[in-house]
Design a protein around this ligand. Structure first.
Ligand SMILES: Cc1cc2nc3c(=O)[nH]c(=O)nc-3n(C[C@H](O)[C@H](O)[C@H](O)COP(=O)(O)OP(=O)(O)OC[C@H]3O[C@@H](n4cnc5c(N)ncnc54)[C@H](O)[C@@H]3O)c2cc1C
Length: 377
């Protein structure tokens, strides 16, 4: 831990999966590391983790504990995508094993404990300002009590889609598609039978719906749509009227979404620069994937590991790994964009609906979108 006037080797901003992975990895390279993180207000109810991501947790050093926590297994996914017929994909046929329905809070606590055990320090607070002074970063952090200034040789931006640090340092966010997810966590009435541990995904004219049990008697429903629907109170009701499978599933278990939905920014985009002099962005801050891929946390963990090693090498005077990291993320962005378009193009039931045309690459784009997509591909 640095003395009062010393700088941390690495300050990680943001304590989500990308930030904590980067912090643990940086600590394991022997550097002094602190995480500055604000309390996460987003609802992560209903996120799933693939079996291959569980292997990453093992590499990080928390795989065994994670498995012992008995996160609910996801036995399969039913999809009504591209036709009214329902396709069943069982986890049994996945060579890597079952996915799990994630308890994000528990994963966060587990990661934070490992980081503290490795000698890392967590400071609760929200970053207000970032400046570069005499080759070091000077970060202003607002905590519950006061404002602190923290000095660090290197910064890791893990602030999620907001990319607060990188944008302060001059990087710009390129949005490929603006979209939101409206979500509800719904408790089944007492006496309802256990919910089946399969998820359902269904395309509707104005977006797509995803329903998944989060516990035996609790489910999450997300509706991914254009942002304008978030401001219209009946967005979900309309989607459920259009839906056959998700609404049938909810009815079957007396699950009724009520109250205001949680609204999450689900936009797909990336930074124009994911690294610079003494800083690197990881996770959603660097590249935010479509939730359709269910891969954001895998990317967060992978980029957290690689970004941290790259910045550690850079602190030691070698920038080659930083260049490799930038290239890897560019490749990942291209790969994601291609796969994503294929998925959306498989849904042709509403050829004139803006939501689908925009994602299939068929819509007349705005000048902003044209600018964005030239840089994306
Ligand atoms: C509807 C929806 C469903 C999804 N489902 C899945 C899924 O099933 N599987 C999957 O793998 N992924 C899923 N994702 C994606 C996944 O949630 C993200 O990719 C993942 O959370 C990214 O992790 P992160 O650590 O980069 O960012 P985040 O999880 O967003 O963490 C960022 C952290 O930074 C903190 N922060 C922000 N600003 C500041 C500041 N100024 N100062 C200090 N701290 C700050 C925040 O409070 C937060 O704790 C889904 C996304 C959405 C929108």
């Amino acid at each position: 831990m640095p003395r009062t006037n010393d700088a941390w080797d690495v300050l990680v901003v943001g304590g989500g999966p990308a930030g904590l992975t980067a912090a643990i990895t940086s600590r394991q390279t022997g550097l002094s590391v602190a995480v500055a993180g604000a309390t996460d207000s987003a609802s992560h109810c209903g996120e799933t983790l693939s079996a291959s991501c569980l292997q990453l947790l093992t590499r990080l050093g928390i795989g065994d504990e994670f498995r012992c926590e008995h996160h609910l297994p996801l036995q399969g996914v039913r999809s009504a995508w591209g036709s009214n017929e329902v396709d069943e994909h069982s986890s049994l046929f996945n060579p890597y094993g079952e996915s799990v329905i994630l308890d994000r809070m528990r994963l966060g606590l587990r990661m934070e404990r490992l980081f503290r055990n490795e000698g890392g320090v967590v400071i609760e607070g929200r970053i207000q300002d970032v400046r570069v002074e005499r080759g070091e970063h000077l970060v202003t952090l607002r905590t519950r009590q006061d404002c602190q200034q923290i000095r660090a040789k290197a910064l890791i931006d893990a602030t999620g889609i907001a990319a607060r640090v990188a944008r302060r340092l001059g990087a710009q966010r390129i949005i490929q598609t603006r979209q939101v997810a409206l979500g509800w966590c719904i408790e089944a009435p007492p006496g309802t039978s256990d919910l089946p541990t399969t998820a359902i995904i269904e395309g509707v004219e104005s977006g797509w719906l995803f329903a998944v049990p989060v516990q035996r008697s609790r489910a999450a429903v997300w509706f991914v749509c254009d942002p304008v629907l978030a401001t219209q109170g009946d967005g979900l009701k309309r989607a459920l009227r259009e839906s056959r499978e998700v609404s049938r599933w909810l009815n079957c278990f007396d699950l009724v979404p009520t109250g205001e939905p949680a609204v999450r920014n689900a936009s797909v985009g990336r930074l124009d620069r994911v690294a610079g002099d003494g800083w690197v962005a990881v996770g959603d801050a660097a590249l935010s994937l479509d939730p359709l891929s269910s891969s954001g946390i895998t990317l967060a963990i992978l980029s957290g590991m690689h970004g941290a090693r790259a910045i550690a090498a850079s602190v030691a005077g070698n920038d080659d790994r930083l260049a490799e990291y930038v290239q890897t993320l560019q490749d990942a962005a291209k790969h994601h964009a291609k796969l994503r378009q294929q998925f959306y193009r498989a849904e042709r039931r509403w050829p004139n609906a803006d939501f689908w045309m925009n994602r299939q690459g068929l819509a007349r784009s705005t000048s902003e979108d044209r600018h964005d997509s030239r840089r994306w591909y």
